[in-house]
Design a protein around this ligand. Structure first.
Ligand SMILES: [Zn+2]
Length: 770
């Protein structure tokens, strides 16, 4: 038995006698040792040891991410290896029980959960390599910085994120956008193929076809992919309307040089490094700019908020609903801001369960802003979940599904960001919002939530296709962008929705295999190549964390919000609801959280909402007033939905240059040049015709002369040289042939130029210059 010392210790301390199945590995014929009664003892044994080993792993990992040193890294990797051995030991044995004959559904469920041991299933050598690879990728992301010319180097948090959020200078935005991708993506590109290979190996050792399938298995649903597609389709009109509206607003600000009203939006102009949420550009896109919302961040700063106060504020929300307060350890051990003692830390926000009574922590480099305040609310949702299910078996200490884990805190942020709540908490002073101000408010929420819809969906769509081999290594980056800028092809049948014709459909099918996808409508602001690896610039890709949970959580949080609002007695539009202080809502939520993952999420959802499926209904209700407004506005502006102009030749648009005879020229010049070229072709054509007649005449003459005078002095000139007439004639025919070829080239070139630059005939000038 090759077990870590910690496990051995627990084994020795364990008061029971050595259980039969400890001695019977590899002897599955001994059926009685794999009985249901034995299974219960096995699970009990697992429970007691797992808590110890898991706690050590969490401590070691925490030490590393809050103090990145070589020693801490080695220590963490050591603990990971121990955890893997532990899981391998229990996982292999869990697979030997024939659970089909068991009666206790809990025993069956726990054993089947234990069978999936993730990377622990890998052979030692592969596991070592896989762990090294994962650590390398995450370290590359966390250590990346973008350096100014002869200046300091900026990390992602907070500097680059702040530039992306606040700068309105497209050159500066481009610098940060491109710099971050150069710094991270290019480091990950060479190793990502190996990561995919090893991940798939992990999946196969666990009985799945590829890593995407293993990830999807967490949702216990055979129809997950179709369900996601369906949800996306239902939400698409909302996204397309927001996209068109924001594009028009950015067009007003940045002008036609940067924004094509029929095309995708350049990805660096949306206030966020990944363009995943657009709340930071609210000032550029406000429906009623003369009624701007109050600046909560500014108010927080005037009131001298500190990161700790932000956590207290979120904690207060939960306790007001009669739910659990964060335990004392939380306040002592969490990392609530970026340390100033020179430690290198991983800033990416996360919440941690240490599998020890009341030991939960958050790691966040908190800044005093309203965005971070809401993010703190989200994290405190995770802490609440941990606290509520900590009395369950370790096996059940996770959300009903990954989407539920993400939804809890977000439900609270929906209330916490309402005008009513912020006003009550002294973070706003204006008593009432009129209908125009309300539209400003709703648009602000939509920039966070609706803009996130396609992004949260496509990150895993991309990875699933990478894992199953549909997207090959040689086209990773190209396909990433294809996912982002392909227009949706399934018309949702909404008023004003752009539908795409058959040609587009075929084009997309070619690019993306048989399945047609729906995406963000964004394009890279500078040309990309396969040396780049833009997906790697998002944390969850190097950290190997599944992402579709955020998409599902987005829909789910509105569904649960609606139920809790109704329970709390709220009347009126959903976006005005605040469940603060509602003990009834608190109890309903607690009942959900307490279950952990002990029951399939469909059951849990049905009990709470009456529906077994995740539904977009509540989300659509919440945004109904905004959607109506957006549709009217887009129709008024004559905006089209979607982005039929697929290409995003940003560089060319910036310089306003077009290609002409291989050189860059102003569109006007190129246009004139094309006409000159055409006229020249005509002149040449007539010249050649004239030459043909002249030659024909000469030839006739020389034939006559040849028969009459056999030997006379040369009397014909060719290019000023006197020669025999028949020689001159031959040379002239040669010249004619040459001219003819030249003319054909000329016409061919002209056609090529016209189709290259516009795809339209030159006389449609207006279209060409728009
Ligand atoms: Zn979260």
């Amino acid at each position: 038995m090759d077990l870590p010392w910690a496990l051995l210790l627990v084994l020795l301390c364990y008061h029971g006698q050595l259980l039969p199945w400890l001695r019977t590995v590899g002897e599955p014929s001994l059926d009685e040792f794999y009985s249901e009664a034995q299974a219960k003892m096995f699970l009990q044994f697992y429970e007691q040891t797992a808590q110890v080993v898991l706690n050590e792993l969490m401590e070691a990992t925490w030490n590393y991410v809050t103090n990145i040193t070589r020693r801490n890294q080695e220590n963490m990797m050591q603990k990971e290896a121990e955890w893997s051995q532990f899981m391998l030991y229990f996982g292999t044995r869990a697979r030997m029980f024939r659970i089909n004959h068991f009666l206790d559904p809990d025993v069956k469920r726990m054993l089947s959960k234990l069978r999936n041991i993730d990377k622990s299933a890998l052979p030692t050598k592969d596991l070592l390599e896989y762990n090294k690879l994962l650590t390398y990728m995450e370290a590359a992301y966390n250590g990346a910085e973008v350096c100014l010319n002869e200046g300091p180097c900026l990390p992602l948090e907070p500097d680059l994120e702040e530039i992306m959020a606040t700068s309105r200078d497209q050159k500066e935005l481009l610098w940060a956008w491109q710099g971050w991708r150069d710094a991270v993506g290019r480091q990950l590109r060479p190793v990502f193929g190996d990561y995919v290979h090893l991940s798939n190996k992990v999946a196969q050792y666990n009985g799945y076809e590829d890593m995407g399938a293993l990830w999807r298995s967490k949702y216990e649903s055979d129809t997950l992919e179709d369900d996601l597609e369906q949800l996306y389709t239902e939400l698409q009109p909302l996204y397309l309307n927001l996209h068109a509206y924001v594009r028009r607003s950015l067009y007003r600000f940045y002008g036609p040089e940067l924004i094509d009203l029929r095309g995708p939006i350049p990805a660096h102009l949306l206030g966020n490094m990944w363009a995943q949420s657009w709340g930071n550009i609210l000032d550029l896109v406000l429906p009623y700019p003369d009624k701007p919302p109050e600046d909560v961040t500014k108010i927080m700063k005037i009131q001298h908020w500190k990161p700790e106060k932000m956590f207290e504020e979120a904690n207060l929300f939960f306790t007001s609903m009669g739910m659990l307060p964060a335990p004392p350890t939380f306040w002592i051990k969490s990392m609530m801001q970026k340390p100033v003692d020179g430690r290198e830390v991983e800033c990416h926000t996360s919440s941690w369960n240490f599998y020890k009574f009341n030991d939960f922590r958050v790691k966040k480099c908190t800044e005093v802003t309203v965005e971070d305040l809401l993010s703190v609310f989200h994290q405190m949702g995770h802490i609440q979940y941990f606290s509520q299910y900590q009395n369950l078996s370790v096996i059940y200490q996770e959300g009903a599904s990954p989407a539920f884990e993400e939804a809890v805190g977000s439900i609270i942020t929906l209330s916490a960001s309402s005008h009513k709540h912020l006003l009550a908490r002294g973070l706003l002073s204006q008593q009432h919002l009129d209908s125009e101000e309300e539209m400003n408010f709703l648009l602000g929420i939509a920039l966070e939530k609706i803009a996130f819809i396609p992004f949260s969906y496509m990150v895993d769509l991309f990875r699933w296709k990478v894992f199953d081999g549909t997207i090959q290594k040689s086209v990773y980056n190209q396909e990433w962008w294809n996912l982002r800028d392909r227009v949706s092809l399934r018309s949702p049948g909404y008023p004003g929705t752009h539908s795409v014709d058959q040609a587009d459909l075929e084009l997309n099918s070619q690019v993306l295999g048989s399945k047609v996808l729906k995406y963000q409508g964004l394009c890279p602001p500078v040309p990309r190549s396969e040396d780049d690896f833009d997906p790697g610039a998002k944390f969850h890709i190097p950290a190997s964390l599944p992402y579709v949970r955020y998409f599902l959580s987005l829909v789910l949080q509105f569904q649960l919000h609606e139920v809790l609002c109704r329970a709390s007695g709220h009347v009126g539009p959903l976006h005005r609801c605040d469940i603060y202080n509602s003990k009834v809502a608190g109890r309903i939520l607690e009942d959900l959280l307490k279950l952990g993952s002990s029951r399939p999420w469909q059951q849990v959802l049905k009990e709470m909402t009456g529906e077994p499926n995740i539904s977009t209904k509540a989300l659509l209700t919440y945004f109904k007033p905004l959607l109506n407004w957006l549709v009217t506005e887009n129709v008024k502006q004559g905006d089209i939905l979607g982005w039929p102009d697929f290409s995003c030749s940003f560089e060319e648009k910036v310089t306003s240059k077009v290609s002409f005879l291989g050189t860059e020229a102003e569109p006007d010049q190129a246009y004139l040049g094309q006409w000159v070229l055409l006229s020249m072709s005509f002149v040449m054509f007539f010249l050649i015709l004239a030459l043909v007649f002249r030659l024909h005449y000469l030839e006739k003459q020389s034939l006559k002369k040849d028969t009459v005078v056999v030997k006379t002095m040369p009397s014909t000139y060719f290019l000023g040289i006197a020669m025999e007439p028949h020689q001159a004639v031959r040379k002239q025919w040669l010249l004619l042939g040459l001219c003819f070829i030249l003319m054909l080239c000329c016409i061919g070139l002209l056609i090529w130029i016209l189709t290259q630059s516009t795809g339209k005939a030159p006389w449609t000038k207006d279209e060409w210059q728009s």
